[in-house]
Write a protein that binds this ligand. Structure first.
Ligand code: SF4
Length: 235
């Protein structure tokens, strides 16, 4: 049980994507094959399904192009496109995928098809109804993200040992904040905790040194896709 007050979640945030005019459809920014750049499945060929729209505005966001636009697609047509890539790992991402109400149905259909499915989510929206077969990779937004107030702390009770919590760290203050949250919420007893340096804001080696110095039981990660391809869209 966490001790922080409940903060805005799905029903509290004005999410334009939740009122989609196309019943049963999902607005998609892109579907592409790449290598998983983060999390426990880093390095596996993975199809990414990027949903359009996000109610947050993190200062370091690298997918602003997904805030608007996109193409309305049925779940069937998304499944068809994913199948054409003939791979096992699927990541549903955004934007904030849970901001579209049909996202849950898509996740379940992907699991039913036999894929290993992960969901990348900001931690600002309710994850309690996400299919239990889906691996949730959930951010906790630090002060440096400028969106700390959007964290929905109630989500922590819906994570299991298969899930992962990710902190994107902008500076030492974020690092100390994350350490404090880990202790306060006993996060290491909950699931894997990932620490990532914010791209071009915090030097990876600096973060690595801090973690080693503290013998912190978190997993350091860099965004593999950015090491390989830089900030190129669709990678
Ligand atoms: S939650 Fe993700 S997609 Fe939304 S603004 Fe933050 S970094 Fe960008």
């Amino acid at each position: 049980m966490n001790t922080e007050s409940r903060l805005p979640s799905q029903t509290d945030i004005n999410v334009s994507e939740a009122s989609a005019p196309h019943a049963g459809q999902i607005r998609i920014t892109e579907i592409f094959l790449s290598l998983q750049g983060e999390s426990r499945t880093v390095g596996y060929p993975t199809v990414f399904v990027r949903l359009t729209g996000c109610p947050l505005r993190c200062g370091y966001c690298d997918t602003r192009y997904a805030f608007q636009g996109g193409e309305w697609m049925t779940i069937e047509s998304i499944l068809e496109k994913v199948a054409a890539y003939n791979t096992h790992h699927i990541t549903v991402t955004g934007g904030e995928p849970l901001a579209q109400r049909e996202c849950g149905g898509l996740l379940t259909r992907l699991c039913d098809t036999g894929y290993e499915v992960s969901l990348e989510t900001s931690g600002a929206l309710d994850v309690s109804t996400v299919d239990v077969r889906v691996v949730k990779v959930m951010d906790l937004k630090t002060p440096g993200s400028l969106e700390e107030a959007k964290n929905c702390w109630d989500n922590l009770q819906h994570l299991t040992t298969q899930d992962q919590i990710k902190f994107v760290l902008c500076d030492r203050a974020d690092y100390d904040w994350a350490k404090q949250k880990i202790e306060q919420h006993n996060l290491l007893g909950c699931c894997d905790v990932l620490f990532s340096p914010s791209f071009e804001q915090l030097q990876p080696v600096t973060l690595a040194d801090w973690i080693i110095e503290d013998r912190l039981l978190v997993r350091f990660q860099v965004q593999l896709h950015k090491v390989l391809w830089g900030d190129e869209q669709g990678r």
